[in-house]
Design a protein around this ligand. Structure first.
Ligand code: MG
Length: 221
């Protein structure tokens, strides 16, 4: 079957992360739970690492157990993340933009999916000047559920008129990306090693292949 769409995760896959997400998590926890943070810092940081790729608001709700605290933490997360991205700049993973251009030339649609909210994603896309390079971007809130659920992939496919999940390649840096690709029924779940999780974790989560970075994706199409 002809590939009609490649769906890329953002942070750690096409956007350089360099620990910015995890540092924003730490600031958010400290802000939302100042009393508990000092004693839970190791445990919560590990949880944030393990669940990387999932909806941030979902992760905060799971960990803090309360919608209100989760909302406050998510707000602090987004503020910290955007402040850091503004300070150091948003930089693409080497080769990401070239891949976007090559896919476009071949008539293959480009979707971005993420664990960020729409507000954060829009800032990233604007800073990188990617709006003309990509065909669609979907956030967890818009799709229904975030990863590991396949909702964002389903919505991107529906909105772009993709004929079948078997015409879709999914590319991401976390176990949650691979799980979402699998339950969607994607042709390929491609893990990249530029982000949160290692090759073994990605394979255990169902990666059909693992490559060093998004720059190698073209060779799999
Ligand atoms: Mg990621």
């Amino acid at each position: 079957m002809i590939t009609e769409m490649v769906a890329f995760d953002v942070a750690g896959t096409v956007l350089n992360d360099d620990g910015v997400v995890i540092s924003a998590f730490k600031k958010a926890f400290a802000h939302a739970q100042p009393e508990l943070w000092p004693t839970h810092s190791v445990e919560w940081t590990q949880y944030a690492l393990d669940t990387m790729g999932q909806s941030k608001i979902h992760v905060f709700t799971q960990l803090l157990g309360d919608e209100k605290k989760a909302q406050a933490a998510n707000l602090a997360f987004e503020e910290a993340y955007l402040a850091e991205i503004t300070r150091i700049g948003a930089t693409p993973i080497d080769g990401a933009e070239e891949i976007f251009k090559q896919l476009k030339e071949k008539g293959i649609a480009i979707a971005l999916t993420t664990g960020f909210s729409r507000a954060t994603l829009d800032v990233i896309v604007e800073k990188l000047n990617w709006s003309s390079l990509i065909d669609i971007s979907i956030t967890p809130g818009e799709a229904g559920r975030g990863r590991p659920h396949p909702d964002m992939l389903i919505q991107a496919s529906e909105r772009l008129g993709i004929s079948s999940p078997q015409a879709v390649i999914v590319c991401g840096d976390t176990a949650a990306d691979m799980q979402a690709a699998l339950s969607f029924g994607a042709l390929q779940a491609v893990g990249v090693l530029t982000g949160a999780h290692n090759a073994q974790t990605l394979k255990n989560a169902g990666a059909t292949s693992v490559v060093n970075s998004v720059a190698e994706v073209m060779s799999l199409i």
